[in-house]
Design a protein around this ligand. Structure first.
Ligand code: FE2
Length: 364
């Protein structure tokens, strides 16, 4: 086997461009239990934008807003609403990562550069991916500061506790008609990823709507990017609805892993996170399909947690409603008990639930 030309240690951070970062940060603290980490804004000498960095175990989210109208952040929010701009990847050599990918056809977002402060230095470089989304390579082995140079420790008094979220399991991209294979090829040829799974519209369809999906993974499996494309059905695919409201391709959902989904989801519901509705009939037959589980079915049913099994074990998962007013970005909470797949057995129940919501939005 050839050597991995783009070794990645994991997701470094996910940056959202939003309309009001102060209030968004409060939502992720209060609702999801993220902890305050770092801040950049007027007080730190940043006159153009403000960023709040929040952390929960290995998950780092950055929420950035524009302070001036003439700003790429403001432009992004005007076009897409609140959404994911950056999927940052933690690497040992950012300059090499940029060189290997741009030489294979990636479009540069910015060339490698070194940023320093009294805590050391970070090398960063960026490339474009689908839509207006970008990947930033972050090399931080010579840095001891709280996040990145330019950021200060953020220490508000308000600190609700964590909810048990551990790491980013996967991040899904929604692409336009006919774009899935183009971007699967991009991740294969330009980033050195391999295809784990492919679903066609026969796997993922209901009576009304359909989609197709390919799951791409990097060499060590720490980065997994399912890529969706709408497929023709009798009514509008949820992917098409996303594309219409996001006005192009973008991140559909971020899946966050927990070791105790019952505890995590109970906390999230208490704190106001809204989940997709699962009909109680789902639980009448689910164990016929999944077999023995360690959890009590009653608790799962009460919280609307879904189950699926593959050759290696089973998984528990649940999906939030979109977390902004446009029906775009949402979150998945997942607990893996051996299973490495993505819940294919739940697609139908899930999509019927999404269609019920599309119906209410008048977008089915
Ligand atoms: Fe997912």
């Amino acid at each position: 086997m050839s050597e991995d030309f783009l070794p990645i240690n994991g997701t470094d951070y996910v940056e959202f461009y939003v309309g009001n970062a102060k209030q968004v940060a409060y939502y992720y603290q209060s609702a999801f239990g993220f902890q305050p980490l770092a801040y950049s804004g007027l007080e730190t000498g940043n006159r153009e934008r403000t960023s709040y960095v929040l952390v929960q175990d290995k998950i780092r989210f950055v929420f950035t807003t524009a302070l001036i109208p003439d700003s790429v952040v403001a432009d992004h929010v005007k076009e897409h609403g609140d959404g994911v701009k950056v999927i940052a990847l933690w690497v040992d050599d950012a300059a090499k990562s940029w060189k290997e990918t741009t030489s294979r056809g990636a479009k540069s977002y910015f060339e490698p550069y070194t940023k320093k402060d009294e805590h050391g230095e970070v090398v960063m470089a960026g490339i474009h991916t689908y839509g207006e989304t970008v990947h930033i390579f972050v090399e931080r082995k010579n840095y001891k500061g709280v996040f990145l140079p330019g950021y200060e420790k953020w220490e508000p008094e308000y600190r609700p506790g964590p909810t048990g979220l551990k790491y980013v399991d996967h991040m899904v991209g929604n692409l336009g008609w006919g774009e899935m294979n183009t971007w699967a090829k991009f991740y294969q040829d330009v980033m050195g990823f391999r295809q784990l799974i492919s679903f066609d519209d026969k796997d993922i369809s209901t009576e009304y709507t359909a989609l197709m999906s390919k799951v791409m993974s990097n060499d060590n499996g720490r980065i997994k990017f399912p890529l969706n494309e709408p497929a023709k059905g009798r009514k509008m695919s949820q992917i098409e609805e996303y594309i219409n409201f996001y006005r192009g391709a973008g991140v559909q959902h971020v899946a966050m892993a927990t070791d105790d989904i019952i505890h995590t989801v109970r906390q999230l519901i208490k704190r106001g996170v809204e989940f997709l509705y699962v009909p109680s009939s789902y639980y009448d037959t689910v164990l016929d399909r999944v077999g023995h589980i360690d959890e009590e079915l009653k608790a799962l049913q009460e919280l609307g947690i879904l189950l699926d099994r593959d050759d290696e074990g089973y998984l528990l998962q649940v999906f939030t409603r979109p977390v902004e007013d446009r029906p775009t970005v949402f979150f998945e909470i997942i607990q893996r008990k051996g299973a490495k797949s993505f819940g294919k057995g739940n697609f139908k129940a899930l999509f019927e639930s999404i269609e019920r919501e599309q119906e209410r939005r008048g977008t089915l």
